[in-house]
Design a protein around this ligand. Structure first.
Ligand code: PGA
Length: 257
């Protein structure tokens, strides 16, 4: 049985004080919120990771980074490696986000290197894929998704569901307020699961979580979670507000049964 992931991608937002306030409020909320099936993940900027880990040390909240280097160490100014993330016990790391692909030229080959490094250090990758508006409008969504999957998993013969989750994030839905309909999202999630089954096997395909991302918020998360192949959300804007993050946790818990 797959878990439901409510993962907040804060991007380049919040101060240290705001991070502390948010996490303390989430810890309080968790005193009366029990659900073993829901994985709560918060991905603050690098600079607050250690503080976030410290605050959440005895809680169910997992902390994720938003990127990492594909290198171990050395002369790579401005970079942070997977072993450094491991050092402070970060559990997750987002890789291949469309903003990194678009603004920092990241490609599937690089994303694979990052995934392998994270895996080596026991950190779970949240691997993002998704098509642009042009690609969708020209009818190429499935082809683009397939090429991204083929690139990221090229030469990888076996996969373990505890080393990564996938996040389908249609680029046109990120930060635009325009969400894919549950039907549009489910169709792509199903395509991804079928691809995993064909490349690997049914057991892997059934156990790998596939999150949806792109303007997920309290008003649409219920419908998205009701789709059979959607295992949670990678949430940007709506994860910055503690009340809306808590609302999404409550809805996820209700949709669990
Ligand atoms: P959004 O961002 O929820 O603000 O659309 C999602 C993401 O970029 O991961």
């Amino acid at each position: 049985m797959r878990k439901i992931y409510i993962a907040g991608n804060w991007k380049m937002n919040k101060s240290c004080a705001e991070t502390v306030l948010f996490l303390n409020s989430l810890i309080d909320f968790n005193n009366s919120y029990e659900s073993e099936k829901i994985e709560q993940i918060i991905c603050p900027p690098f600079i607050y990771l250690e503080k976030a880990k410290e605050i959440t040390a005895n809680s169910v909240i997992k902390i994720g980074a938003q990127n990492c280097s594909e290198q171990d160490n050395g002369a790579y100014t401005g970079e942070v490696s997977a072993n450094m993330l491991k050092d402070i016990k970060v559990e997750y790391c987002i890789i291949g986000h469309s903003e990194r692909r678009e603004y920092y030229g990241e490609n599937d080959k690089l994303i694979q290197s990052k995934y392998l490094k994270l895996k080596e250090h026991g950190i779970v990758s949240i691997i993002c894929i998704g098509e642009t508006l042009d690609e969708r409008e020209s009818g190429n969504t499935f082809e683009v998704i397939k090429l991204q999957l083929e690139g990221i998993f090229d030469g990888i013969d076996t996969v373990e569901s505890d080393t990564f989750v996938l996040a389908y994030e249609p680029v046109w839905a990120i930060g635009t307020g325009k969400t894919a309909t549950p039907e549009q999202a489910q169709e792509v999630h199903h395509f991804i699961r079928t691809w995993l089954k064909e490349k690997y096997n049914k057991q892997s395909a059934d156990s790998i979580a596939i999150l949806y991302g792109g303007s997920v918020k309290p008003s649409n998360i219920k419908e998205l979670l009701s789709c059979p192949d959607i295992d949670g959300g990678l949430i940007g804007g709506a994860s910055l507000d503690i009340e809306s993050y808590k609302d999404m946790l409550t809805i996820a818990k209700e949709s669990e049964c």
